[in-house]
Design a protein. Structure first.
Length: 600
């Protein structure tokens, strides 16, 4: 459990007192996981911490600790907090086949570095409840996530298809040559699995339609010699990488080689996107209707499901489906749907929380702790506590949380809390703030550089949640998350003599550089905010490459098929943000359609 990064500066004395329960939990986890295996402190925190979140987390850690050690009498008292891996250990102890079957799948999807998960899976494998094919399937998933070391940790679970870390590394490091070179003998299942790993890695690192085509052709030569279940699981992965390389016909060919039931959620998403690029609306409907659970309810697929029926001529059904999207969402897709059906307004009401609720929550240990952590830059820990609070509280309390976080200047927490309430019951000003500390700098710079201020706010909300001191893992800094190299180029080009790297975490210098960079992009792209936002996130070079392969493509389909997940989501978020900020700033009837069309 990673709590409070070791390299972070120590918090101020007042804040340290506020976050003391988290610090104690960190120490307790270290003691339980260390050489002494001492869970005494975990027991104390689970029983008596003033923080409800710490009590919950300590009980979860304690449950897994006791499950690993087989201390089942004490385990009973905290069993309700056990992880999937702890539950599997308990089911194995009881010999309850039904519970073992229910817990094995979730445990296999757990973190291979987690002591409880590894212990549970080792025992399940030894007892014959975990097949080699299940293990290999998980290994392939980890390989696709580029987690080779984690995949290697699972090799010890194999019984018949034994493979060493060295052979797996060879399959990864020499992927293309193994797949496209001299034919490999597939004498055993392990040989097939290692070839499958090579095919996945070769696909992942393909950088052109031609290369992914070669990978696909190489796999097709081996396909008749692969077990049917392995081939069916592998082809959807290959299809996804075809689509990511703008090879949509190749994608549909690869997807079509496996039953839809073998497509995971990401393969289904990219199969839908490939069908959108090909204009195959029947396929769009068929694939979306195959989606299960939460994926089927996402605004994206509900919107495209409605749009596909419209394109196929089922106008009444399309309108009914689109009305549902318009009613349930006010994100990018919800705004598109509202404009499509006409007459549905964005929920822009201001709802002030009750003062009594704010006073009550202001004294809550977890509320104070989350806000202190958030303000100190410990975002991961702060968000864990915040999510815990949001799950436990009703809408009135959540709106009060949003107001408290805004009072303290922790806008990430404020926005996330306000967003957790359904739009028509939330506070629009909390969801899309224009904090006084930043408003003058944004208004002044936007006016000087000719960039609509709602576009600036849209970028800031998505980039930093109004955290002027934010520094990303890539080195982006400040409100507008400006990269140092970009800042130098902009400062030199426009002769900003007061530029320096440390000043990028100050409000005015960051906004000056960020908005000037936006203005340059705005001019270069003729006011096209879709291209501006894509370039701001992924860089102009990537955008040029995507545009070269997207001539004549519908603008909404282009946005939906941006290959980088981060950029695809980013563009949608900032487009929706811009419309909401246009409402906040009093623009007349703001609409998303002009932004999507590039004519704002």
């Amino acid at each position: 459990m990673a709590l409070l990064g070791a390299s972070a500066p120590p918090p101020a004395a007042a804040d340290r007192a506020t976050i003391r329960p988290v610090l104690l939990l960190q120490d307790a986890v270290r003691l339980a996981d260390g050489r002494r295996q001492d869970a005494g402190m975990l027991r104390e925190l689970a029983a008596g911490s003033p923080s409800a979140w710490v009590r919950h987390e300590a009980a979860r850690e304690l449950a897994d600790y006791l499950a690993r050690r087989g201390e089942w009498s004490e385990y009973q008292g905290v069993a309700g907090h056990a992880s999937a891996c702890g539950l599997l250990l308990r089911a194995l102890y009881e010999g309850n086949r039904e519970r073992i079957a229910a817990a094995t799948g979730p445990a296999l999807l757990g973190d291979p570095r987690d002591q409880t998960c590894l212990a549970a899976l080792q025992r399940a494998s030894a007892a014959g409840f975990l097949s080699d094919r299940d293990v290999w399937r998980r290994i392939r998933g980890l390989i696709e996530e580029r987690k080779t070391r984690d995949a290697q940790r699972l090799l010890g679970l194999l019984k018949e298809d034994r493979a060493s870390a060295a052979t797996l590394r060879n399959a990864v490091n020499n992927a293309t040559s193994r797949l496209l070179g001299p034919r490999i003998e597939l004498r055993q299942r392990v040989d097939q699995e290692l070839l499958a790993v090579s095919a996945l890695v070769a696909a992942i690192y393909s950088r052109s339609p031609k290369k992914i085509g070669q990978v696909s052709a190489g796999l097709a030569e081996y396909a008749p010699r692969l077990d049917a279940d392995l081939a069916a699981h592998l082809w959807p992965y290959i299809g996804k990488w075809h689509a990511l390389n703008f090879s949509y016909a190749g994608a549909m060919d690869a997807f079509g080689r496996a039953p839809l039931a073998e497509h995971g959620r990401y393969a289904l998403a990219w199969r839908t996107r490939a069908a959108l690029r090909l204009g195959d609306w029947d396929e769009v409907v068929r694939t979306i209707e195959t989606m299960q659970g939460e994926q089927r309810t996402l605004s994206a697929w509900r919107y495209w499901h409605a749009q596909a029926h419209h394109e196929l001529g089922s106008r009444q059904r399309a309108r009914r489906l689109m009305l549902g999207v318009a009613r349930d969402f006010d994100d990018y897709y919800g705004l598109l749907a509202k404009e499509s059906v006409g007459g549905m307004q964005v929920a822009t009401a201001t709802r002030r929380p009750r003062a009594a609720l704010m006073d009550k929550l202001r004294d809550d240990v977890d509320v104070r702790m989350a806000i202190a952590l958030g303000r100190d830059g410990k975002t991961v820990e702060a968000r864990k506590i915040w999510k815990f609070l949001l799950r436990r509280l009703g809408d009135p309390e959540v709106l009060a949380l949003a107001a408290l976080a805004a009072e303290e200047g922790w806008y990430l927490g404020s926005i996330n809390a306000a967003d957790a309430v359904k739009a028509d019951a939330s506070d629009h000003e909390q969801r899309f703030p224009t904090p006084a500390a930043f408003a003058a700098a944004v208004a002044d710079r936007a006016a000087k550089d000719g960039v609509p201020p709602e576009l600036v706010y849209a970028i800031i909300r998505q980039e930093s949640r109004f955290n002027a001191k934010a520094v990303s893992s890539a080195g982006a800094r400040g409100l507008m998350q400006v990269m140092p190299r970009t800042a130098r180029l902009v400062a030199n080009k426009h002769k900003f003599t007061r530029y320096s790297l440390p000043r990028l975490t100050l409000i005015e210098p960051n906004v000056t550089i960020g908005v000037r960079y936006m203005a340059d992009l705005y001019k270069n792209y003729g006011g096209d905010f879709v291209r501006l936002s894509a370039a701001y996130n992924a860089g102009p070079t990537n955008l040029r490459r995507w545009l070269r392969r997207s001539e004549g493509v519908d603008r909404k389909v282009f946005i939906e098929t941006i290959p980088f997940t981060e950029t695809r989501l980013y563009v949608k978020f900032v487009l929706a943000n811009a419309v909401h900020y246009a409402w906040r700033l009093g623009r007349d009837e703001p609409r998303l359609a002009p932004l999507v069309a590039g004519s704002y």
